[in-house]
Design a protein around this ligand. Structure first.
Ligand code: C2E
Ligand code: MG
Ligand code: MG
Ligand code: MG
Length: 278
């Protein structure tokens, strides 16, 4: 009886493991197909300067558009792309596509920036700076309008190697941003050594404003620290007028979030009513 149950339990878990492994294998083969069939699209979320209510840039966010028209969010496939190495190919496409988008915006007279998320594997690739340089050259974009987003955890392993890579990237004339700031555990001591230009306050700290006094203290402390270190500070995940007001009162003027706009496909950006920086 007990033995039989044990066996069933084992079967149950091994079946679960199998399902997880099979799911990854399935996603991996579908990702290869998605690359071949060019099923990826970039959405763009406006970045607003609330001081003059102006649209100053966009963050490029990948989606996978499946043949049945379902839109798969990055949270469902980036990890598999990362662990299989497929992210290198997909990541190169993202950078090229975002630079082409930027070139189109600039040709219309808009002086906007574009922020591009990098995965750990991409960031650790020593061919990344040369690849970006080539794309800048090929698309003719002004690198001053390109922002690359990395997370704290990517910087915390081998910090000397990370600093070297950041410097290589900075040499291209691009800007660097630390995404999801506050969720990792980078020490302030290290932060000072990284040649970054911007901090993005993670949306988990913004979400419960104005109810959570603790989060409000954390957010105002991050803003004060960024100012002290002469870093630009951006709040992500702003969903309400109260949150926007709190950020403005605390001198964080750069914001992204559903309150201002969802990420949109390029052809829908014309519906936005913000004044665009020129
Ligand atoms: P992230 O870079 O921190 O991007 C912000 C995420 O928050 C996006 O989710 C965005 O759609 C969502 N968001 C924006 N405003 C709000 C808001 O007001 N409320 C809420 N609840 N969410 C908001 P998304 O597009 O699903 O991307 C999730 C993550 O996937 C990104 O987090 C980023 O880490 C990764 N990712 C997205 N695109 C790329 C990419 O092109 N390359 C790489 N390597 N990673 C990407
Ligand atoms: Mg980001
Ligand atoms: Mg983020
Ligand atoms: Mg994130």
């Amino acid at each position: 009886e007990a033995k039989a149950r044990g066996k069933n339990t084992y079967r149950f878990f091994s079946q679960q493991l199998n399902d997880a492994a099979n799911e990854r294998l399935l996603i991996e083969s579908q990702l290869r197909e998605a690359i071949a069939l060019q099923q990826f699209v970039l959405f763009y979320q406006p970045k607003i300067d609330v001081q003059d209510d102006m649209l100053i840039g966009y963050e490029a966010l990948i989606r996978w558009l499946r043949p049945d028209n379902t839109l798969v969010p990055p949270g469902r496939f980036i990890a598999v792309a990362e662990s299989t190495g497929l992210i290198v190919q997909i990541g190169e496409w993202i950078i090229l596509e975002a630079c082409r988008f930027l070139a189109r915006q600039h040709s219309r007279g808009y002086a906007v920036s574009v922020s591009i998320n990098l995965s750990a594997r991409q960031f650790n690739d020593n061919k990344l700076p040369a690849m970006i340089e080539q794309i800048i050259h090929r698309t003719g974009v002004d690198p001053a309008y390109l922002i690359f987003e990395i997370t704290e955890s990517m910087l915390m392993g081998d910090t000397d190697a990370a600093i070297k890579q950041l410097n290589q990237l900075k040499r291209l004339g691009i800007s660097l941003s630390i995404d999801d700031f506050g969720t990792g555990y980078s020490s302030l001591n290290y932060l000072k050594r990284f040649p970054v230009d911007e901090l993005k306050i993670d949306r988990s700290f913004v979400k419960d404003i104005p109810e959570d006094r603790n989060d409000m203290d954390i957010v105002s402390a991050i803003i004060a620290m960024a100012q002290k270190m002469q870093l630009r500070v951006v709040a992500e995940g702003v969903e309400s007028a109260e949150q926007a007001a709190f950020l403005q009162e605390n001198a964080c003027y750069l914001v992204q979030g559903y309150y201002f706009s969802m990420p949109l496909p390029e052809q829908e950006l014309s519906q936005l009513t913000f004044t665009i920086k020129t």
